[in-house]
Each structure stands twice: as structure tokens, then as C-alpha cells.
Design a protein around this ligand. Structure first.
Ligand code: PLP
Length: 376
């Protein structure tokens, strides 16, 4: 079986973990937390990092830090993980969905403007599957309307937009370090910003909103979203290797794309001229002319011992969000609908070999051929 994902933990991860255990600091006060925050924010070229327990927690913390509250509206892509909507709703604000671009699957910039109202507070740009969103026009719109820009950079550690690292472009950003992300701490996340006030609010929110000058005295309701020193120890070792990971991802990503491009009916994400993408997941979109959706392709690949995952289901199709009345019937999300049915990702782990890539590509070719002759 070629697994869909597998992290590489053979650097200093074990050494630092043992060091953390031997230091006796296993909760959130140890030295690795500060080092991980400094190393990763420094890598990105941003001033502050606030480590938290997950990417989902980071989203809520970042929105709180940006001042999003009850009654505000947040514009976000319809094609993303539910975490993005959950964080907004938990703060009493309203997610407003817009469709994504058909060549890079990130938020459709042209549709942001017409969804701005006097209640709009923030634009959430999600860099999708390793490819940056088009940030310059997003920042321009935000400046014109006095909005905050939050980047969800959970899928793009090390990617660049016009030479700047994703996560260091908007006013605030977040990362996830779940096991399948480009760098991992098992579970974990980080809020990144160069705004001192926002970083302070993030620190406060992750730790029950303790007052700096008067402990056990609270002016707001926070959370326990703290990361442990054990997780941060692994994180420090992973950041050391991030450039190496990005290089490997881009190398394998290009092998895949070059081979897949020759197959009729298969589309891949297209690297835009302003982007340095990191191929977090090696994704394909099956052309509708193949008469095959992602479920059928995934089943056929599974039979051949190849692990895959489907794309996200659009947020505008999520039963809970429909039930909450968050989707207008006049809204249309044709790209999201198409890719969520026709898209899947192929084995994408850090340990994937060139031979694995050939096996996967050959299998896809075979499956398509068999489906054309009617015996899949
Ligand atoms: C993984 C991911 C998250 C959530 O991160 P967790 O650490 O799993 O909570 C949020 N946004 C995006 C875009 C992600 O890919």
C-alpha cells in the first residue's frame, strides 16, 4: 500500500523530545515553546508567533485577536475546511462564502468586492493545497474598505507570493501542524502577526484571558488553547528541516504534474506566475468528459493499493450551515461544486519515492483506459 501521507520524523525530533522530558517541563511553559514561536515566525519574516493546540484553535484565536465579534461578517472561500466557518460562528460572527478560482482553487478575488457590506470586518484568504491565493488585490480591497486580512496558511508552510512567505502578507495568519501538514507537531497550530497588539490578544485568548498585571482576574472569556512543550520540541526540529521539505515537495510535485499532464482528462493545480507553490497535496481534477467522479477513481486506486483522499465538500453544502441559514439561495458556487465532486489527492507523504509516483501515474492511466473500454 502506498499511504496517502506519512510525516518525516527522523531529524532532531527524538533528541529534543527527550530533552523536553528530561527538563521536567512538559506543559506549556517550557523553553521549546518560545523557541518554536521565534524560529517559525522568524522563518516567515514576521515578528510574533503564538503557538496553540491546533489550526482550528489558531483560527478562532486569530479572529478574536483581529477584533471579530458578534454581528460582524467574514468573507471566506466556499471551498475550504469547516474549521474556517466554525471559528467565525463561535465568535458570534457570520461567514459569507464566495467561490474559488478554477485554476488554483483559492478565493475568487473578483467576488469579494460585491459581498462587502457595512458589517464586513475581515477577509479570510485560504491558500489551497500548497498554492497561494492572489494576495495583492485582496490587500488592496481590504485597505480601501478598512478590513483585516487573515491568511489561513495551514497548507502552505514555506510557499511564497511574489517572494514573500505566505503567512507574512496579511495582518494576521494561522498555521496548522497536524500530522499531514508540511511540518507537524502531532497536533498544533500557530498564530502569526507583526502587530504587537494582536499578538498580545492572541496570547491572552489562548490562556483563559489572564490579565498581565493581575492573575486570576478576567475581563474576557478565553480558552485553554495552549500547546505543550513536548509538541514544540518536535516543532523546533521540524522547522530546521522545512526548506529541505519544501525542496522535496516541489521536486516530487513537478514529477507528478509533468507525468499527469500527458493524460487526457486529468487536470492539476496550475502554478501562477506570482506563486511559489509547495504542493502540500498532489491533487487531480477529473474532467467531466471522463464520465468518472472522484469516488470511482478513489475506489479503483484503492484496489491497486494506492491511498487517496477526496476534496473538501463546499461549505455552502454543509447541512449544519444550511440549517443555520448561512447560505443564500441566490449564491452560486460552480467551481467549488465541480472540484469537490471531481477532485482527489494522491499519495503525498514526505517519504514518497520517484518509483511510487510512477506506480500511481501508471495506475491512473490504466484506470482511465479501462473505464473507456467499459470494464473498470
Ligand atoms: C488542517 C487545516 C486546518 C485545521 O487545522 P487542525 O490543526 O486540524 O485544527 C484549518 N485550515 C486549513 C486550510 C487546514 O488545511
Amino acid at each position: 500500500m502506498i499511504p496517502v501521507n506519512e510525516p518525516a520524523l527522523d531529524g532532531h525530533e527524538k533528541d529534543y523530545l527527550i530533552e523536553a522530558i528530561e527538563s521536567g517541563w512538559i506543559s506549556s511553559d517550557g523553553a521549546f515553546i518560545k523557541q518554536f514561536e521565534e524560529d517559525f515566525s522568524g522563518y516567515l519574516g514576521a515578528k510574533y508567533g503564538v503557538a496553540v493546540s491546533s489550526g482550528t484553535a489558531a483560527l478562532e484565536t486569530a479572529l478574536y485577536s483581529a477584533g471579530v465579534c458578534e454581528g460582524d461578517e467574514v468573507i471566506m472561500p466556499s471551498f475550504t475546511i469547516i474549521s474556517c466557518a466554525i471559528a467565525v460562528i463561535r465568535l458570534g460572527a457570520k461567514p459569507v462564502f464566495v467561490d474559488v478560482e478554477s485554476d488554483n482553487w483559492c478565493i475568487n478575488v473578483n467576488q469579494i468586492k460585491k459581498n462587502i457590506t457595512e458589517r464586513t470586518k475581515l477577509i479570510m484568504a485560504v491558500h489551497m493545497y500548497g498554492h497561494p491565493a492572489d494576495m495583492t488585490p485582496i490587500m488592496e480591497i481590504a485597505n480601501q474598505h478598512d478590513l483585516v486580512v487573515l491568511e489561513d496558511a495551514s497548507q502552505v508552510h514555506g510557499a511564497e507570493y511574489k517572494g514573500i512567505k505566505c503567512g507574512a502578507i496579511g495582518h494576521i495568519s494561522i498555521f496548522s501542524f497536524y500530522a499531514n501538514k508540511i511540518i507537524t507537531t502531532g497536533e498544533g497550530g500557530m498564530v502569526i502577526t507583526s502587530d504587537k497588539e494582536m499578538s498580545k490578544r492572541a496570547r491572552s485568548y489562548r490562556n483563559l484571558c489572564f490579565q498581565e498585571d493581575r492573575r486570576f482576574y478576567h475581563e474576557d472569556l478565553g480558552y485553554n488553547f495552549r500547546m505543550t512543550n513536548l509538541q514544540a520540541a518536535i516543532g523546533v526540529a521540524q522547522v530546521e528541516r522545512l526548506d529541505e521539505f519544501v525542496k522535496r515537495k516541489r521536486y516530487i510535485g513537478k514529477l507528478y504534474v509533468d507525468a499527469l499532464r500527458n493524460i487526457d482528462g486529468i487536470k492539476t493545480q496550475v502554478e501562477q506566475k506570482w506563486a511559489k507553490m509547495v504542493y502540500w497535496m498532489y491533487c487531480i481534477e477529473l474532467d467531466e468528459s471522463l464520465g468518472m467522479d472522484s469516488t470511482a477513481m478513489m475506489q479503483a486506486l484503492r484496489k491497486r493499493g494506492i491511498g487517496t483522499r477526496p476534496f473538501f465538500v463546499g461549505l455552502h453544502e454543509q447541512p449544519i450551515l444550511l440549517k443555520k441559514g448561512l447560505v443564500k439561495s441566490s449564491d452560486a458556487f460552480p467551481v467549488t461544486e465541480r472540484i469537490s465532486r471531481q477532485g482527489l489527492y494522491l499519495p503525498s507523504g514526505m517519504t514518497l519515492t520517484e518509483k511510487d509516483v510512477n506506480t500511481v501515474v501508471d495506475a491512473i492511466q490504466e484506470i482511465i483506459k479501462e473505464s473507456r473500454t467499459g470494464n473498470v
